[in-house]
Design a protein around this ligand. Structure first.
Ligand SMILES: Nc1ncnc2c1ncn2[C@@H]1O[C@H](COP(=O)(O)OP(=O)(O)OP(=O)(O)O)[C@@H](O)[C@H]1O
Length: 247
């Protein structure tokens, strides 16, 4: 296995809260890694540390063995780490197709909207991305009118428009009904496999983690308290007591 991303001894404190208190974690190429843990344990902080949104007071994050810790978010994104958020970051007054085309244009450094939207190559690439997520029929739909599950998928399709090697997903199934979660995950995992992208996803639904994660990392008070295959981790008494029992 080749290590893609590695965090070593990350620390960050907000006031009295140690949101990262010695985080050590790696993700292998091709891996789907889930992060679980109680509210406020520092999961989102870790995503922020990996993407340059905040900087640790101590420790390093490495991509392909090279430190990225102090690079600006745009540079880190260009190096291959993309992010999708708990609340999708779409232009709600634009169509799904326009959202995708603008993401592709920004990757290419083309900031003139009129020119970007006139490029057939961008349109073709956007439609191919949407097809990967079974969303081709949504291309002309206004983003504001999409149901939550589809909006999340469009947001992830936009993250893939950056051609990342690793995508960080903050609660991909939140706000989606229990019935729809597996369908959303099937589509999402299918698209990630097709794009050969590794994923790290924060998730509160243990059924989703058990079914879709290759490995799970358990967060507690700013650090990793357990990790391993979901079936093994979910039998760990400490995890049951501190995380699953309180989820
Ligand atoms: N920018 C910030 N400024 C101040 N405090 C912050 C900041 N970011 C996070 N925190 C605090 O750090 C702690 C960890 O927050 P974080 O959002 O990383 O937890 P989480 O595990 O993702 O929680 P949740 O599951 O509720 O999303 C919390 O106490 C939070 O209030």
């Amino acid at each position: 296995m080749t290590v893609l991303l590695e965090a070593k001894n990350l620390h960050i404190t907000f006031g009295a809260v140690k949101a990262a208190n010695g985080v050590d974690l790696h993700i292998d190429e091709g891996e789907f890694l889930a992060i679980i843990g109680p509210n406020g344990s520092g999961k989102t902080t870790f995503l922020n540390l990996c993407t340059g949104y905040i900087r640790p007071s101590e420790g390093e994050v490495y991509l392909d063995g090279k430190p990225i810790t102090r690079l600006p978010p745009r540079t880190i994104a260009r190096k291959g780490i993309a992010r999708a958020f708990q609340i999708p970051q779409l232009f709600l007054d634009q169509t799904v197709l326009t959202n995708l085309m603008l993401a592709i244009a920004s990757r290419e450094g083309l900031w003139q909207v009129g020119k970007a939207l006139g490029r057939p190559a961008y349109r073709d690439e956007a439609m191919a991305l949407l097809a990967m997520f079974n969303l081709a029929d949504c291309a002309p739909t206004l983003a504001s009118t999409l149901p939550e599950g589809r909006r999340k998928l469009v947001d992830i399709a936009i993250a893939l428009a950056l051609k990342p090697r690793l995508v960080l997903l903050d609660e991909p199934t939140s706000g989606v009904s229990a019935l729809e979660r597996f369908a959303l995950m099937e589509t999402l995992m299918g698209a990630l496999r097709q794009a050969k992208v590794s994923a790290l996803f924060v998730e509160h639904d243990m059924d989703v983690v058990e079914r879709y994660a290759d490995r799970v990392v358990v967060w507690e008070a700013g650090r990793v308290m357990a990790e391993g295959k979901p079936e093994a981790v979910f039998k760990d008494a400490r995890v049951i007591e501190n995380v699953i029992g309180v989820a």
